[in-house]
Design a protein around this ligand. Structure first.
Ligand SMILES: CC(C)(COP(=O)(O)OP(=O)(O)OC[C@H]1O[C@@H](n2cnc3c(N)ncnc32)[C@H](O)[C@@H]1OP(=O)(O)O)[C@@H](O)C(=O)NCCC(=O)NCCSC(=O)/C=C/c1ccc(O)cc1
Length: 345
């Protein structure tokens, strides 16, 4: 796995002091908002304009992250055999993945899959899919790219909808990219993480807790106040079942953790539930603090942060867990092994 996170956006903002977020980056700056004042009012029909803007910016942001991931990988872009692309900022076909393939100069036979509206679990799903593609196609090299722009669903506060303020307060823009393969070529490819085992779980009867819907005024997000507690009640079962499936018994504090920082309360609940030491979620908290919740791209930033910490000589456990949460409520869980070369970076 070769990883890169990328931000191309222009403006930063600071939500409330309890959010755990110090800054975020957004494409929709004051100049663009000045040109589209109707974006602030979700009752106005702005979807077309938002889709046009996102269709241009989403693949460019993705290309910037992917170009860096490919450069670190060390092989030409033409060696990419598959592309898995995740975004909630789509709305057109052909989708941003085709434009991304063209911007990167991928081969015309590259096998493309787009994940749309998977929300914050999209990064975890894309990586699981890439793992399966890589393991089942000899020599495959899968580019995973997640690119999210909040402009598709940004609008002003609405009476009786505190959750829209929450969405505008914690979401940020960003793109992450990873190259996944199953059989690294010696001396050229230096794997960072091995994806040992992956599962997806849906919490029963929670389909209305995290939702998005394309409306004439843009993408309407709803995140219920129950989400942190619902995750808290279900995460440990997922972890126990996942580790049982691979026959490893794990002490939670002996692992490294790449938890999707969907919000400060989610990290607090996970930390408390699993009895984790304060340093265990430091990578997730740093990404939340510096970038906010970038939906699918966020877990890639967390993996990148863990990689950087290891490179700086900080102690990172050999085995770890990545978890991402999205509409469903869907929990994507992956057991990771820090590959040998990570220690030498
Ligand atoms: C940092 C927060 C936002 C605020 O923390 P706080 O400052 O300590 O404050 P409180 O938690 O006490 O909340 C302040 C007020 O907001 C209210 N509130 C608090 N969450 C809420 C609420 N979801 N509704 C509606 N009122 C609320 C809460 O009741 C309270 O109201 P009040 O007592 O009247 O002041 C914290 O609540 C928090 O981290 N919450 C979890 C955030 C969360 O669920 N994140 C989403 C995870 S899932 C995800 O990321 C996927 C997104 C997605 C992306 C793209 C897609 O296409 C699809 C999906």
């Amino acid at each position: 796995m070769h990883i890169c996170g990328e931000l191309l956006c222009k403006m930063f903002s600071c939500p409330g002091k309890n959010s755990g977020i110090e800054r975020r980056y957004v494409h929709l700056d004051e100049e663009l908002l000045g040109a589209h004042p109707d974006f602030s009012d979700r009752a106005l029909p702005t979807l077309d304009a938002r889709i046009d803007m996102a269709s241009a910016a989403v693949p460019e942001l993705a290309a910037s992250a992917a170009a860096r991931a490919i450069a670190e990988w060390g092989r030409p872009a033409a060696d990419v055999t598959h592309l898995v692309f995740s975004t909630y900022s789509g709305g057109k076909a052909p989708s941003a993945d085709l434009r991304l393939a063209s911007l990167l100069g991928l081969r015309p036979t590259v096998s493309r899959t787009i994940l749309s509206l998977n929300g914050c679990s999209g990064g975890g799903r894309a990586l699981q899919l890439a793992k399966e593609l890589a393991e089942n196609n000899r020599g495959a090299r899968v580019l995973v790219a997640c690119s999210e722009l909040t402009l598709i669903g940004f609008y002003g506060p609405q009476e009786g909808r505190l959750d829209t303020i929450l969405g505008n307060g914690i979401f940020g823009d960003g793109a992450g990219a990873v190259i996944v393969g199953a059989d690294p070529v010696d001396c050229i490819e230096r794997p960072l993480f091995e994806m040992a085992f992956a599962t997806q779980t849906t919490i029963p009867e929670t389909e209305n807790e995290i939702t998005t819907r394309l409306m004439k005024g843009g993408l309407d997000f709803h995140v219920s106040i129950r989400v942190p507690k619902l995750l808290k009640s279900n995460i440990e079962r997922c972890l126990i079942d996942t580790f049982k499936s691979i026959g490893i018994s794990a002490e939670w504090n002996d692992l490294f953790w790449a938890i999707h920082p969907g919000g400060r309360a989610i990290l607090d609940h996970v930390e408390q539930l699993l009895g984790l030491g304060v340093e265990k979620l430091a990578a997730s908290r740093r990404v939340l603090r510096e970038y906010g919740n970038m939906s699918a791209a966020t877990v890639i930033f967390v993996l990148d942060e863990l990689r950087r910490r290891r490179a700086r000589g900080e102690e990172v456990a050999e085995w770890g867990v990545m978890m991402a949460f999205g509409p469903g409520i869907t929990i994507e869980t992956m057991v990771l092994h820090a590959a040998g070369s990570l220690k030498e970076n």
